[in-house]
Design a protein around this ligand. Sequence first.
Ligand code: C5P
Length: 226
Amino acid sequence: MKVWGIVPAAGIGERMGGTAPKQFLEIGGVPMLARVIDALLRSGIIGGVTVPVRDAEREKAEKTVAKFVDADVPVLFVTGGQTRQESVYRGLASVEGKNPDFILIHDAARPFISPDIVRRAVDVARDAGASVVGIPATDAMALSRDGIITEYLPRDALVCIQTPQVFRYDLVVSAHEAAVRDGITGAADDAELVLRLGGKIVVVRGSPDNIKITYPADISRMGTTG
Ligand code: C5P
């Protein structure tokens, strides 16, 4: 069974401020992008990885991975897109002809992923066709309009969706192609696109540590131990 990883890393990280995009920020001396790829490879079940990056950062990304990751499988770099969705789509295009059975997608901005969660997500997708890592909502959740609460949501039914997300290759390709055909460009993630096709997606229990680094405080909150 061949599993290919896609690590979208073409975001600008506007909300982080600073000069370098967040995927290059170091945690414990190791850039986030390198941490992520290292964790995927340490799972022992990834046969190759594609990293969509902005052209301006391609060389830096290549050097970062060469320096910090001891990769024994191919790591490809492709030009990312304007949106996360487009970046993943381009990553999928890079895999054409490599005949993967499954695609595992994990944000470069989630550096605290563990190889164990990667393995569990793949195991579940192997049986079900699709899996997403998620954790139960702990805060109360409500809808609001113009800053006014309009409705409380049933917390027991809510899942905070993370990555990795793992899909049968043909399923995720069809989902992205259908989205392009239907003019959808800003999906939150790939599971949203697969769900549109009516695919069954099984939740794999993740970890509250697997946060997406969005604001500078996210890094200081985690310390440098991750
Ligand atoms: O912006 P956000 O934090 O939601 O991005 C999630 C992931 O998608 C990040 O790893 C980011 O680098 C990636 N991304 C991308 N191409 C874009 C926008 C975001 O690869 N155009």
